[in-house]
Design a protein around this ligand. Structure first.
Ligand SMILES: [Mg+2]
Length: 320
């Protein structure tokens, strides 16, 4: 019982930790990061201060608050939750800002996302915030997929965006289910993810690449070239899963690795942090990182409280 709550906390705090660790080097190449900073193992100085979070964590908080408040998914409430939490200083993507403006102007939550770009956004903005969905529905992957798709469509309505969010939620869910005590069978984990994906999903080929790259312990450049490291969901969610799997024995190493890949570092590390945190639990997050996190009204303590509420809700859903 206690163990599960620790994993929920790990997934939510893991998002914050990865976001904060990656943000100061966002947009840089792996080479530039290595030559200028070496390995990023400490919270570097950032625009809002070392250890602060960006839109990734702010939106993850909004998702968790809404799930807890409504005891499950409610699109209208989640959209309002995004608006209530919105702080432009956190560095939101242009597509998300446009979708939230539409919602504020009265457009329905399930219509705004498809009006942002032609066909909707395929960015990773709905995958980066999905950890609470992965935790809450880790026992029921069908329900998880439904909620991931619907929650994504509020801002990211393109199929790549929705599938990316569902894939990331599934990666978190399987990590929460596995747990380090039982050890991780990487082949089994990847097989379960592939089974989860729709037969025609474009993510299938990426998962195949993840498997191949893991076998050869590929260098940074090859990983970036094959999997990508930008803000499109298709070119970042598999990268985060790869980072976790490459260092599944150690939370810290998985995140340092994810940040070292460069590009959309805050989001890739936030997603890798959610998976690794769900797997290892909060107890595996380095104390120096936890101590560096935000302590404001919606800081690390608040995020942990949300994780515990989410865990209570999960138990009530599973055995009413
Ligand atoms: Mg961000």
């Amino acid at each position: 019982m206690f163990e599960l709550a620790d994993r929920f906390s790990g997934a939510l705090l893991g998002t914050h930790v990865g976001d904060a660790l990656g943000m100061p080097v966002e947009g840089y190449s792996p080479h530039y990061i290595r030559s200028s900073f070496g390995e990023v193992r400490e919270m570097l100085e950032a625009r809002l201060g070392a250890g602060t979070y960006t839109d990734d964590t702010e939106m993850m908080i909004a998702v968790a608050e809404s799930l807890v408040r409504k005891r499950g998914f409610d699109g209208e409430d989640m959209a309002q939750s995004f608006l209530e939490n919105f702080d432009p200083r956190r560095g939101y993507g242009a597509g998300t800002v446009s979708a939230l403006k539409l919602i504020r102007s009265g457009v329905r939550w399930d219509l705004a996302g498809s009006r942002v770009f032609e066909g909707g956004s395929y960015g990773n903005g709905s995958a980066m915030r999905i950890a609470p969905v992965g935790c809450l529905y880790h026992h029921d992957l069908q329900k998880l997929k439904e909620v991931a798709f619907a929650s994504s469509s509020i801002t990211h309505a393109h199929s790549h965006g929705k599938e990316g969010a569902a894939l990331q939620a599934c990666a978190v869910a399987l990590a929460v289910r596995s747990g380090p005590g039982r050890g991780l069978d990487v082949k089994e984990y990847l097989a379960a993810i592939k089974q989860f994906l729709d037969p025609g999903s474009v993510y299938r080929a990426k998962l195949q690449l993840v498997e191949e790259l893991l076998q050869g312990k590929a260098p940074f450049d090859e990983v970036v070239q094959e999997l990508g490291h930008d803000s499109r969901a298709l070119y970042s969610v598999p990268t985060a899963i790869y980072s976790f799997l490459r260092h599944h024995e150690d939370f810290e190493e998985a995140l340092v690795y994810a940040v070292g890949l460069g590009g959309d570092t805050d989001t890739i590390a936030a997603m890798a942090g959610a998976i690794a945190g769900g797997y290892h639990g909060k107890k595996a997050i380095p104390v120096r990182w936890l101590q560096a996190l935000e302590r404001g009204p919606k800081g690390a303590n608040y995020i942990e409280e949300l994780a515990l509420k989410l865990c209570r809700l999960h138990r009530e859903i599973v055995s009413p």
